[in-house]
Design a protein around this ligand. Structure first.
Ligand code: 5RP
Length: 234
């Protein structure tokens, strides 16, 4: 039997499909929730809808191509709408992403989007980010030195996949899964600290990037907008 969360993920993804209009350029996220969205978009394309997709991973590119969704991997201008999953969502709609390893491309696509919509089941809502690991993508060259510099920030970390068979991202990089004791109190500041570490390509904190979160639980999907008075800055 499929876990209940799969139904919630699908419900959230399907509500996001209502936002897609004919002619749009659509950012396609990665992970199991985003997959439901891409599959739904494929069904619409099969019925004649004209959209093009910008995939956030090779896996999503293959999925979309198989569903007949035309794919773009270069871009001038903006993406109309992007829909992606998340690992954690806080009350300000800041996110942790990247447990699927696609965080760098996901962030590039979100940053290039007029509207960034996140689809999650209700288990992803947290009061403070950092309950689980924060993925950080690093260059393989001298990665142990990068890991030491990160550890000096007071965090602990592990190399995803382990040293024998490390996980390699679509960009040919490694992932360090970072644990912050007590959680991440200021995601914006912590994100800046991480970005300053030489060797870090990108981190999974998405601060001030989300326009809408569609969250689904036992009561069905509902859309949460940005807290009033706050504007997206990233
Ligand atoms: C991949 C991601 C995913 O969006 C995130 O891990 C959520 O995945 P899922 O929808 O499978 O729970 O950031 O890099």
């Amino acid at each position: 039997m499929k876990p209940l969360t799969d139904g919630y993920k699908k419900a959230a993804a399907e509500k996001a499909l209502d936002l897609v209009q004919d002619g749009m350029l659509v950012g396609l996220g990665s992970g199991t929730t985003a997959r439901f969205f891409t599959e739904g978009l494929g069904r619409r394309v099969a019925k004649g809808m004209k959209v093009r997709g910008v995939p956030t991973s090779r896996a999503t590119a293959e999925l979309a191509a198989g569903l007949g969704i035309p794919i773009l991997t270069e871009l001038v201008g903006q993406i109309d709408l992007s829909v992606d999953g998340a690992d954690e969502v806080d009350p300000a709609l800041n996110l942790i992403k990247g447990r699927g390893g696609a965080l760098s491309r996901e962030k590039l696509v979100a940053a290039a989007s007029k509207r960034f919509v996140v689809v999650v089941d209700d288990s992803k809502l947290v009061k403070q980010l950092g309950a689980g690991v924060l993925p950080v993508e690093v260059l393989p060259f001298l990665w142990r030195s990068t890991a030491e510099r990160l550890t000096a920030l007071g965090v602990s970390l592990v190399l995803r996949g382990g040293e024998e068979v490390p996980y390699v991202t679509d960009n040919g990089n490694l992932i360090l899964d970072v644990t912050v004791d007590g959680g991440i109190k200021n995601p914006a500041d912590f994100g800046f600290e991480l970005k300053k570490v030489t060797g870090v390509v990108e981190h999974g904190l998405f601060v001030d990037m989300t326009d809408t979160v569609i969250v689904a639980g036992p009561e069905g999907p509902k859309a949460i907008g940005r807290p009033s008075g706050t504007a997206r800055t990233a």
